[in-house]
Design a protein around this ligand. Sequence first.
Ligand code: CP
Length: 306
Amino acid sequence: MFKEKFKEGIITAKDFTRDDIDYILNRAQEMIRNDINSQLLSNKILATLFFEPSTRTRLSFESSMHRLGGSVIGFHKGDVSSTTKGESLADTIRTVENYSDGIVIRHNLEGAAKLAAKFSRIPIINAGSGSGEHPTQALLDLLTITQEGQKLDGMNIGIMGDLKYGRTVHSLTILLSNYDANIYLISPNELMLRNRDKDFLQKRQVKYKEITQYRKILDVLDVLYMTRIQKERIPDVEEYDKVKSFYVFRKDDLNNTKDNFKLMHPLPRITEISPEVDSSPKAIYFKQTYYGIPMRKAILAELLSD
Ligand code: CP
């Protein structure tokens, strides 16, 4: 069912029903329980096309593919591909589909993954499209939340930072709309969630509040999901300078949190979480990077296995 539904790939979190999410979470949990190298994808090749920088997403997809016995090709600097000679994305995809069984793509344009899927015979996985979406990050975020002892239904979650340009939060709020979570959207006024994203949440009757100060509500939160201010997407340097240090989560803040509170971040982190917080068991952002492996193994196994 999942395999059939997502045979063209994973482009947007909007395609996921609660059943789809539960299914892939279960598959990822199986990957955690059976953490052994497998040969499931030994005859498969994954292409990773990264037109934007990445550490976690590219390396965890590539590591997951290797751990399932598969091979990886690709590039991780757009300027070494023939796009610099003027080749279109459509032609790049129509070429790479002949060399591989699935394509993971990160691109600076919001519609890039969708466009790639239009021209591809093989599954496309959106690994971040401009300030649009990053659906597999959101899936691994839900895996992290559930594996680390929180329940998605009834959870109080704060999502904080750059809600305008941050693609991980767009996919995360979309996935959470399938659950009965209370969402606090915490941002400077300049970086609030876009109206189109709020319209989506309202249509789904999601319970959310927009606030600018997190300290007032820290004690009610089960999870605080922080994000980086997306310097590269803010058009004006002065605008960035105004908001870059708007939030800094410090060790003292932990004193006002519940015993089972979890602090998450998709990373990279710049200055928004003080390094002194890292050693707290409540800080789970490096565990979150680990959960990228079982989730991406589950996704690759579903999309690429025979
Ligand atoms: N979380 C995330 O997308 O990290 P990278 O940019 O390092 O892939």
